[in-house]
Design a protein around this ligand. Sequence first.
Ligand SMILES: C[S@@+](CC[C@H](N)C(=O)[O-])C[C@H]1O[C@@H](n2cnc3c(N)ncnc32)[C@H](O)[C@@H]1O
Length: 529
Amino acid sequence: VHEQVSSPADRRARGAWYTPRSLVEGLVDLTVPEGRVPRLVIDPTCGGGAFLLAALDRLVALGLDPEEALTRVTGMDLDPGAVQAARWSIHLWAGPRLGWDRARELACVLDLIEGDALVDWPERWRGKVVVVGNPPFASPLRSGAVPASAGRYRTERAELLGPYADLGAIHLLHAVERAGAGSTVTLVQPQSILASRDTEPMRRHLDRMAPRRALWVARELLFDAGVRACAPVLEVGAEVGEGIELYCGPAARPVGRAPRGHWTAAAADALGAPRLELPTAGTLGELVEATAGFRDEHYGLVGACREADPVAGPVRGEGWVVTVGAVDPLTAEWGRSPIRFGGRHWSRPVVDPNALPPKVQRWFDRLARPKILLATQAKVLEPVIDRTGRAVPATPLIAVLAEPDELDRVAAVLLAPPVSLWAWRRWFGTALTVDALKLAAAQVKELPLPTDAGAWAEAAALLAHTDRHNNVGGRAAQEGIGVADPASAWDLALEVATIMNRAYGAGSEVLEWWSARRKARPVPTAARG
Ligand SMILES: C[S@@+](CC[C@H](N)C(=O)[O-])C[C@H]1O[C@@H](n2cnc3c(N)ncnc32)[C@H](O)[C@@H]1O
């Protein structure tokens, strides 16, 4: 009710998206296991008290009497209304259990504090406590500055929290440091903290100082805020244990264990991704350079973009503007259906390099050669070979540059199911949706190479033959990029992927994982009439 009566502006300012009951109960239960009744359960950003109520139920289930349980829960919130709501909620919990008179007396003395958890953390909240809750999230990348107290703490811990670290991560590190040795800390986080560069030093630090006992992750969107969430369960000062318990979904149900390793790999395991062990055989960086435009290139291209001449078509030397949305594995929509770019639709968008600002022109010239365009933000990596070198990639499409006779081998690597799976397990949580991949250009060079050179060569030869065949002659050579017919591109990608799955020694479950994530096969051009 308190969440509903807060104004949207107030909710946004406080990050006040309260946690659904099933998740709260699941997280509290796994944080407070049987046989470990805690001295104190703290929610430092308690809102209406959802976690405190679940903690009370848990403490009673573990054998405490309700009155004793009430002395062991405590919370704080910036917002006086939230603190009051938490007090009333707990009063309503206590009434039926202790009688209303006693409940009223106890509600008055409950340890609920109006304050800033990043500043006012009390001394009694230190040492062998349980911290569980859902702090506010805010990404400085998207919403600008974080609140002043969070900014100050981040500056103090600048070696662990980069300038773009999410506000949730700031609360997490702060809680671990303030709660201290012997404590358990479970705070809901945006999934981006699992892989983001600005929280990487924090993750390494926590792996030493507060190893993960468990990880919860969900594919579903559970808060109105529209951010996908996870929650590490950290044991401050504990020995590093064998593996990690995994929990998944809206009610945090147990789904097994994962080996210790990258935070993202455990999250992928929790969501049921196949396990993957690839022998090291080098990285794609041995064969390629990769680059993507940023702001200057984007605005430069938008400013210079125009329709190709409807009769004569693109002029020699013009670049054909291709966007992420226009790319599918081994084919691009350019010239086939409208392309959305710079806020409008184009049939055949082109740019004259002479109309570009000098810096962007130099970038254009560097890319005016045969290359691969790689779309990320899809569920699998989507490469298309630009054999003529005419395409110019709109931000954030990645240009993968290699020797012309290596392009087929490189495209085969990018189509390999174990490579998409490896990338997802590694950079999980950084894309807009849970199942999407998102790679920065530099990360393309980290992708692993296959061990079976024979199978790799077979896939590359198939690509060279079929893709080339589809590219030359007819309409495609004049107007298209990649395989002309989307259905043929789809079939070819599957054939190459099947061979490349073998080249990495991966099992059929990896190929199935990849196949299940692809878009449906398009209707063949011929059958469209
Ligand atoms: C995402 S809501 C979660 C509330 C509650 N833990 C739950 O899960 O239902 C975050 C809460 O943190 C409070 N908050 C934001 N910044 C805070 C801070 N620095 N110290 C204490 N509370 C804060 C907001 O007022 C809001 O009630």
